[in-house]
Design a protein around this ligand. Structure first.
Ligand code: UT7
Length: 333
């Protein structure tokens, strides 16, 4: 195959676990309320995986969904990139390798990308680079999380925010006929000085678990909510503005913006800053809560199911999260 000149999203798939837990159900075991969670975040419920389910299990279902919704067969796939903050195993093997084996695609390249909730955007860009470089032609880019496995269920500040799920985009090489479509531009950003703001403190090489007695708060999500909130609003607004300016677009030229679903107030605040009507933003946080690297592909799939995505639509996707990281892409669907 000759070198690709463009990279398109061939299809999108997703999977969320069946078990749906409402805010009222959470309030039965933690000191919170439906009213507080809705008014501070927009979240109404989250889907939680069973104890025996791993991130790779969610990812495999999303990948099969994406393959089924494409014109490709499983055998056409020659790369798997997985963005996750909740890998099946710490360190190695990568979750991508586990998924590859479960899909029966042994032999093709597989790797994980770690960029917090921005992981899906980073993953898309890694895949795009590899496709344009000629290393791969059809790549599964998966955002998958079992955040329930790293949530401290006694910490009301964080446990109400997160959910489990997976989304998968198939990125494909395309020739000149399709150049109008595809990923037009990506912006990536990271500021490691904010690493402590959103962190799982123990379990890595800095603070290994071996030989120590650990408390739940050592191995679960710790977040400085306000700092992350302020970063998120600023970066969401800046990334959207830059993508529009760099491509000579006004908001009327953009069909839809799909932000990472962390908090509907973050989206509202960025919309106010940019003077963009809230209707431009696709928001599905009410049903899924924050699924980190999975939230953008799950939202894309939801939007497609609602017939909200047409060929040729200009879409901006934008993420932010642990690292601290942020990023966004302009897509022509
Ligand atoms: O995806 C990765 C990126 N993550 C994010 O983007 C999250 C960013 N941060 C946020 O979305 C918000 O900061 C939160 C939703 C986490 C918190 O909202 P907030 O408006 O910043 O609330 P707060 O932290 O200022 O807390 C206000 C009050 C506190 O009570 P006091 O100290 O004022 O008496 C909290 O203890 O709300 C209390 N509170 C709760 N009350 C009931 C915190 N969590 C809860 C809860 N239920 N679940």
């Amino acid at each position: 195959m000759k070198h690709a000149t463009a990279v398109t999203i061939e299809s999108i798939g997703s999977f969320v676990p069946q078990r749906r837990v409402t805010n009222d159900q959470l309030a039965e075991f933690v000191d919170t309320s439906d009213q507080w969670i809705r008014s501070h975040t927009g979240i109404g419920a989250r889907h939680l995986a069973e104890d025996t389910t791993a991130t790779s299990d969610l990812a495999v279902q999303a990948a099969l969904d994406a393959i089924e919704r494409s014109d490709l067969t499983k055998e056409d796939i020659d790369g798997i990139i997985v963005a996750t903050a909740t890998p099946d195993y710490v360190g190695f093997p990568s979750t991508a390798c586990i998924i590859q084996d479960k899909l029966g695609l042994n032999g093709i390249a597989a790797l994980d990308v770690v960029a917090g909730c921005t992981g899906f955007i980073y993953g898309l860009e890694v895949a795009r680079g590899m496709i344009l470089g000629g290393t791969m032609h059809h790549v599964l880019v998966i955002g998958a999380e079992k955040l329930s496995s790293i949530v401290n269920w006694k910490d009301r500040n964080t446990c109400v925010l997160f959910g489990d799920g997976a989304g998968c985009a198939i990125l494909s090489a395309s020739g000149s006929a399709d150049e109008r479509r595809g990923i037009k531009q990506t912006i990536l950003y990271a500021d490691g000085s904010g690493a402590d703001c959103l962190i799982v403190p123990r379990g890595g090489s800095k603070a290994p678990l071996q030989g120590v007695t650990v408390a739940a708060e050592d191995v679960t999500i710790a977040m400085e909510g306000r700092k992350v909130y302020n970063f998120a609003v600023a970066k969401l607004a800046e990334t959207i503005r830059t993508l529009m300016e760099d491509n000579d677009l006004t908001i009327d030229d953009v069909d839809r913006i799909i932000p990472h679903q962390a908090n509907s107030r973050i989206i509202q605040a960025a919309a106010n800053r940019l003077k963009i009507p809230m209707e431009k933003f696709f928001v599905n946080i009410e049903d899924y809560a924050n699924t980190s690297a999975a939230s953008i592909p799950i939202a894309l799939k939801n939007l497609e199911d609602q017939k909200g995505l047409k060929k040729g639509d200009r879409i901006i996707i934008v993420g932010f999260g642990a690292g601290l990281t942020s990023g966004g892409s302009l897509l022509v669907w």
